[in-house]
Design a protein around this ligand. Structure first.
Ligand code: ADP
Length: 499
């Protein structure tokens, strides 16, 4: 079954997407026949009706993945590598079409969506290269009597769960290493953005991924579907990107069967502008760290600590740039800031801003939600934010820059700002702008985060190990470590014959 929709350019691409479940290489409706509607967040217009799976469908999908695990694990690394490389090329060939679908269902401007297509595809190219480099170890016991042969094997069937904010890249970042390692999968994309994931599924099938390796289940009842998988005992690993709240539920469920887990959870990123920073560069960096995806990223700068000696210049320049941003439907070429993903997201941002203003913050731009259709919130700069304001302790997930002063005319305040930055249960990423190499070193060492951007507002890269500490998660995605999350170590002991 395919979608029925009105004929606009993005919708032509959507009308060709399969909207059923993908199990064992077949597109099949949910057994109950249920479907749910995917909407465009800029307009509220329905885009497609997608299969709405329940626990029975989920069971069928995982049984299929489990049944194909042994054959898939026995394929050659080169075979798996070439599938990923072909999929990388197909994604790049169809970049405009994928970007249009992503913008329609999620709202990000087309230029950002094209950026995500390149970023997301790169995970497949990276893991195509990693598939043929899975290493091991070979040594001898201290007494010289035994060989120690260490090799790596796929962990087994994996549960992959992705959020809506990067509908392509969060999928490729998990599917890429799972394919490279030889794991079969059940994949549940976010209910707000299933279309990009379904398009990706078609591309993988076209690239030659054997039937049953990837099984895709869309649903409005993630607790039922994922709960079925977590409790089945058939899956050996869960890789999740989403909220810390749901991550904790999954960690609890994983304990029952001692399942391997990778958790990319929430963040509360500090963005630090030191007294000696290049202010123009810091403003450029903040626009990326804050405004990428309209602030809807776990890496988004949430708390902006600016030294008092540069705070006026920084605030003025930032306000000018934020005011100039063009807000609109992401499908319009000149749009720089699209809508938030749903009405609930706008409510949350508006509530956080109102709380900060009540506690004495000022707004140099934005700060009020507009009327009209679509889930829009304007670029907003808040100054003198109270450290107790709710948005200091909550992921804003919106285009709101909250500025907090630190230091004084006589104090660089590095220790002070590190203490402020670390005062959170999260620890995903921190950004810092300074021209001093020792300050950069100190901040890199002492910030309690998994990733640090020094004089840059972007750390995500397929070649780098993405992940956090504290309640931001467990494990790493991408880089050399990414594939290890999908591999178990096996050690074989063999006596050495005496000559
Ligand atoms: P967000 O706030 O970014 O939407 P969520 O953690 O709610 O983050 O969602 C991320 C992913 O987790 C989505 O695919 C969603 O369907 C899924 N999810 C939500 N609730 C549960 C749950 N109870 N069990 C498993 N997955 C869930």
């Amino acid at each position: 079954m395919t979608a029925t929709i009105s004929p606009t350019p993005a919708n032509q691409a959507i009308s060709r997407i399969h909207t059923d479940l993908f199990i064992g290489g077949d597109w099949t409706p949910a057994a109950s026949g249920a479907r749910f509607t995917v909407e465009n967040p800029a307009t509220g217009v329905p885009l497609a009706e997608v299969a709405d799976a329940d626990a029975d469908d989920a069971r069928r999908a995982l049984q299929t993945a489990a049944a194909h695990q042994a054959d898939w694990a026995a394929t050659s690394p080169r075979f798996r590598s070439e599938i990923l490389y072909r999929a990388y090329q197909l994604i790049m060939d169809r970049a405009d079409e994928i970007a249009a679908v992503m913008t329609a269902e999620m709202g990000k401007p087309l230029a950002d969506a094209r950026g995500e297509v390149a970023y997301g595809a790169e995970f497949f190219r990276w893991f195509a290269e990693e598939a043929v480099r899975i290493d091991g170890d070979h040594t001898v016991t201290g007494d010289g009597n035994n060989r120690i042969v260490v090799s790596k094997q796929p962990v087994g069937p994996c549960i992959l769960i992705t959020p809506w904010n990067f509908p392509l890249a969060m999928g490729t970042r998990k599917i890429g290493p799972a394919v490279a390692a030889g794991c079969t999968m059940v994949f549940k994309p976010a209910e707000l953005t299933p279309l990009t994931a379904l398009l990706l599924t078609e591309i993988l099938a076209e690239a030659g991924l054997p039937d049953g390796v990837l099984n895709v289940v869309t649903t409005t009842d993630p607790a039922a579907v994922v709960g079925e998988w977590m409790g089945s005992g058939q899956a050996r690993k869960v890789s999740f990107t989403g909220s810390t709240e749901v991550g904790k539920i999954l960690l609890g469920q994983a304990a029952a069967t001692v399942m391997r887990t990778s958790m990319e959870l929430g963040g509360n990123a500090p963005f630090i502008v030191c007294a000696d920073a290049d202010v123009d560069r810091a403003v450029d960096g903040l626009l990326v760290a804050k405004m990428r995806n309209m602030g809807q990223a776990c890496t988004a700068a949430n708390r902006i600590f600016v030294h008092r000696s540069v705070i006026d210049e920084f605030t003025e320049k930032l306000t000018g740039r934020m005011r100039a941003l063009v807000v609109g439907d992401g499908a319009d070429d000149d749009t720089q800031v699209g809508p938030l993903v749903e009405a609930k997201a706008v409510d949350k941002v508006a509530t956080l801003v109102a709380d900060a203003l009540d506690r004495g913050a000022g707004a140099t731009c934005g700060g009020a939600r507009p009327d009209g259709p679509g889930h829009f919130y304007p670029p907003t700069v808040l100054t003198d934010v109270d450290p107790d304001a709710d948005l200091m302790h909550t992921e804003i997930f919106g285009p709101v820059a909250a500025i907090i002063p630190f230091g004084s005319a006589s104090e660089e305040g590095v220790d002070e700002v590190i203490a402020l930055a670390n005062n959170t249960p999260w620890g995903l990423v921190g950004y810092a702008y300074t021209r001093d190499i020792d300050t950069a070193d100190l901040l890199s060492t002492r910030l309690e985060v998994g990733m640090v951007g020094i004089n840059t507002g972007l750390v995500s890269n397929p070649a780098a190990p993405f992940g956090g500490v504290k309640q931001s998660g467990l494990g790493r995605e991408g880089g050399r470590l990414g594939i290890e999350e999908f591999l178990d170590v096996k050690y074989v002991s063999r006596p050495i014959p005496k000559r």
